[in-house]
Design a binder for this molecule. Sequence first.
Ligand SMILES: *Cc1c(COP(=O)(O)O)cnc(C)c1O
Length: 469
Amino acid sequence: MKYISTRGKSPALDFNEILLAGLAPDGGLYVPEEIPKFSEAEIKDMSSLSYSELAFLLIKPFVGGVIDDSELRTMIFEAYSVYTHKDVAPLVQLSENHWVLELFHGPTLAFKDFALQLLGILVEHVLAKKGRRALVLGATSGDTGSAAISGCSRVSSVPIFILYPHERISEFQRRQMTTMRSENVHIGAVEGSFDDCQNLVKSCFRDQNFIRGQCNLVAVNSINWARIVAQIVYYFYAALKIGAPGKSIAFSVPTGNFGDIFAGYIASKMGLPMERLIIATNENDVLHRVMQSGEYKKTFLKKTHSPSMDISVSSNFERLLFDLYNRDGELIDGMMDRFDDQGINLSSSVMNHLRSLFSSQRVDEKETLEQISDSWRNNGYLLDPHSAVGVRAALKSNFSSNVPVISLATAHPAKFTEAIVAAGIDCEVHVPEHVSNIFELDEKYEILQNDLNEIQLQINQFFLNKDIV
Ligand SMILES: *Cc1c(COP(=O)(O)O)cnc(C)c1O
């Protein structure tokens, strides 16, 4: 299995190479040259597998033999052994045909643990095999950072540098990162937005002269294909539990960078019957606007109750465009250039293709809080604000009563108590045991200017001039 760039000008690489990279040198994102397919009978046979067993089966073809099968299986089992629920990703029924898929039973209480608990272990393994060093570098709107830090702190040899927008993430999210006691972790609070953080990280990846060839820069954002691949698994797992492949399921996915929902798209291409993928956005609705008008264009960012979805550009959408435009890298290259300057218009045939699987709903701030309150009063179920956007989008989609719908619950409500309070709910939010002391621990982070030179200097000071084993 080889991986190629969406912009068509970079050499094809193996899985272990793209694992240790970020964007392709031409600025594109890596995608597999072909998608492995499973027949209906093969998918049916998967229904008795445990989560980790299923993960091994589905991830293996993407690794393409560059990691030994038995070692890969052990690493996958190790990654999910830290989950606190025996099903790893349990389904909770809200109404006759509507389920919530709880993706928050990992160490940092958001779905990003699914990929990042595995990523740290894989990176360490590949580095050891190749005798190379790496620095994990990422920008976070909250949940990626803590999940990546938690994943890397399990493997002491992988240092990590994380940037987040100062004062724009919840206190719980910040503390999950800043209270982590590990020598190998450095956290910078950037005076800017998440997009600023992401641009700084992208610039570091684009021109790596500042690290003077001392190590590999590894991306933890969902531009890293390993993130996507781990997230494919729970679409299969959940769908199998409620009747796939005999039934076709709709998924509602709270969407920011388009990584999670893109994994759903890949699951459908692998053979999982899928009725619909609902792009659920908050008021930062760049993707909803594309679905409505065919125009893909950035706008200003708003601060919402669901900060992990507050972005103006959805990086992974480029992967979908690459497919929709018949994998024409040259064309995507030109389009993304125009997108940066002025925005782009998608052709009507591409829009038809897009709308045959995807639909979208925009859920505003008022509806988000209303949904938290409604689900609590009607179902006794407490949603975090991101999951509430997904549930509300599913309800707004008005499916006929015979279509089973799964809404992805992407974070635990304890992470976002500010929104629970704003929704007027008066209840004690249960905080899982393993994170219950973070309000007492000391914090460690540094406030940084939104300035590339300063960031690069910090990286050099903290990691590269030190002896990284
Ligand atoms: C990251 C995140 C999202 C958005 O996921 P994308 O893959 O960026 O679309 C939604 N909800 C929560 C809680 C998140 O942490």
